[in-house]
Design a protein around this ligand. Structure first.
Ligand code: BES
Ligand code: ZN
Ligand code: ZN
Length: 480
């Protein structure tokens, strides 16, 4: 990532200058700005109120600035999006170097600085994967500089982790395949400061007992991979695990998907990317909590060797699975992932995250992910994290009455009830069957929010959803 944030003291008129205001800080500044830029107060007020995303260009002889409003809400996404949209829309115009003036935000800056920094860095994200090289000269208020600089450094770490997750999701599956995913994790482990162990062959996964992952991989020419990411600080206050669905491409397998928009299924490792990004950020911020990430990665392909509907397969837990629908492959990967995590250690919480069901999209649309949990405390912590990061999740029930839908005549469980009713719930009930009893666990279904038509590209593209949420979840536990 080559977007450099430089802390400068004075504004130079040689390079473009972007000044940020909230509605209330602009109101106080309006008269002085009108004087400075030689405009009448009513005209300036009419043109610019500093609402979120509103901007105006002011010129006076050889001086020029752009004012950008972020409104008066402190909701993370609102501010991040207002700034990202502006930077994205003007990225060619501002060139390689510009000033970002935050000094007029005064005392209010600490409430809005993190989403501003995130919005700026995300605004320079390139879908074609070509890194940008931009110098951003930050101008800060004189007061509380040390505090602001710490907030900027942390925000940069989170944004860089998000950008990595976005890159992993947006990069096509022929470029980042399951081996490539493991390569990425290994390559980034040093930079962010976590340990990576990767298993990269069918034999290797067989030795680990990841039979359900291998069943999904059966129709592929690509070897699967299984990555374990570990961040262990000195004297951790708790230890948690994240499990991410890493399906690099989902054709549906023998229960094949239609061809319309199938290319979107390169996003099916969005959960894995969120886990990788969150651990990168947690490690980068040196949080006092131990975190382990488990990422089973494979594509779901069609071949003579593919698993077929009705087949019964083995799993890591020892439970047998009847595969009713080969397109319900993510839950097979997660079943092995959570079972592996439970066997490895008694984690205080396990959270899995996955682009798992169209049903969660039908229920919550493109605005929120679904959360299902066997534990009130885990659900509460995730809800708190979600409110603070503004990455919305909403809890669905996990009542045992839904177990009927995963009971099989020929195996311990089946992966799909045979009809789409309560699809997100049945998927979660299936995964729950592989979680050790008394383990506090939650499942996040992010199918609707990981990959979005958000205006930052012609087609859908990655959002980085989950990186900030999982990081915040860890942070809340670390600070308890
Ligand atoms: N990868 C899909 C879910 C998905 C849908 C991700 C939309 C992103 C956007 C998953 O593997 C899948 O195919 N789910 C099926 C399950 C069904 C066959 C039980 C679905 O939801 O239709
Ligand atoms: Zn599928
Ligand atoms: Zn899938």
């Amino acid at each position: 990532m080559l977007t450099n944030l430089l802390i400068d003291n004075t504004e130079s008129w040689e390079i473009p200058s972007l000044v940020i205001y909230t509605e209330s800080t602009w109101e106080k500044r309006l008269e002085r700005a009108a004087q400075k830029w030689n405009i009448s107060v009513p005209i300036l007020k009419n043109d610019f109120l500093a609402k979120a995303g509103e901007s105006i260009v002011l010129r006076n002889n050889d001086k020029k600035v752009t004012l950008l409003g972020i409104g008066d809400s402190i909701a993370f996404k609102v501010i991040e999006d207002a700034v990202r949209k502006h930077v994205f829309a003007n990225r060619d115009k501002v060139g390689k170097s510009y000033t970002l003036n935050l000094k007029h935000l005064g005392d209010h800056l600490e409430n809005v600085i993190s989403p501003i920094i995130s919005g700026v860095l995300l605004g320079h994200y390139q879908l074609k994967g070509i890194p940008t090289n931009v110098d951003i000269h930050l101008i800060l208020p004189k007061e509380n500089r040390a505090k602001h600089i710490i907030l900027i450094e942390d925000a940069k770490k989170v944004a860089e982790a998000k950008l990595w997750a976005m890159y992993l999701v947006d990069t096509p599956s022929n470029i980042i395949d399951p081996q490539g995913f493991a390569d990425e994790i290994e390559a980034k482990s040093n930079e962010f400061g976590f340990d990576a162990t990767t298993f990269r062959s069918r034999e290797g996964l067989k030795t680990l007992g990841l039979h359900a992952v291998l069943a999904v991989n059966a129709g592929s020419k690509n070897n699967p991979s299984f990555s374990i990411l570990e961040y262990t600080p000195k004297n951790p206050v708790a230890s948690i695990a994240f499990v991410g669905k890493g399906v690099t491409f989902d054709t549906g397998g023998i229960s094949m998907k239609g061809s319309q928009n199938m290319h979107w299924m390169k996003c099916d490792m969005g959960g894995a990317a969120a886990v990788a990004g969150a651990i990168a950020a947690i490690a980068g911020m040196r949080l006092p909590i131990a975190v382990t990430g488990f990422i089973p990665a494979t594509d779901n392909m069609v071949d003579g060797a593919s698993v077929k509907p009705g087949d019964v397969i083995q799993s890591h837990s020892g439970k047998t699975i009847e595969v009713i629908d080969t397109d319900a492959e993510g839950r097979l990967c997660l079943a092995d992932g959570v079972s592996f995590a439970c066997k490895m250690k008694n984690f205080d919480h396990i959270v899995d995250i996955a682009t798992l069901t169209g049903s969660s999209v039908m229920t919550l649309g493109y605005e929120a992910g679904a959360m299902l949990s066997n534990n009130v405390e885990t659900a509460q912590l995730l809800t708190e994290a979600s409110i603070s990061t503004d990455e919305k999740i909403w809890q669905l029930p996990l009542w045992d009455v839904y177990n009927k839908g995963i009971q099989s005549d020929v195996a311990d469980v089946k992966n799909y009830p045979g009809n789409p009713a309560a699809g997100a719930i049945h998927a979660a009930k299936f995964i729950e069957a592989f979680v050790q009893e008394n383990t506090k666990w939650a499942h996040l279904d992010i199918a609707g929010v990981a990959f979005a038509a958000n205006g930052y590209g012609k087609d859908r593209n990655a959002t980085g959803f989950g990186v900030h949420l999982l990081l915040e979840f860890a942070k809340i536990i670390a600070n308890q």
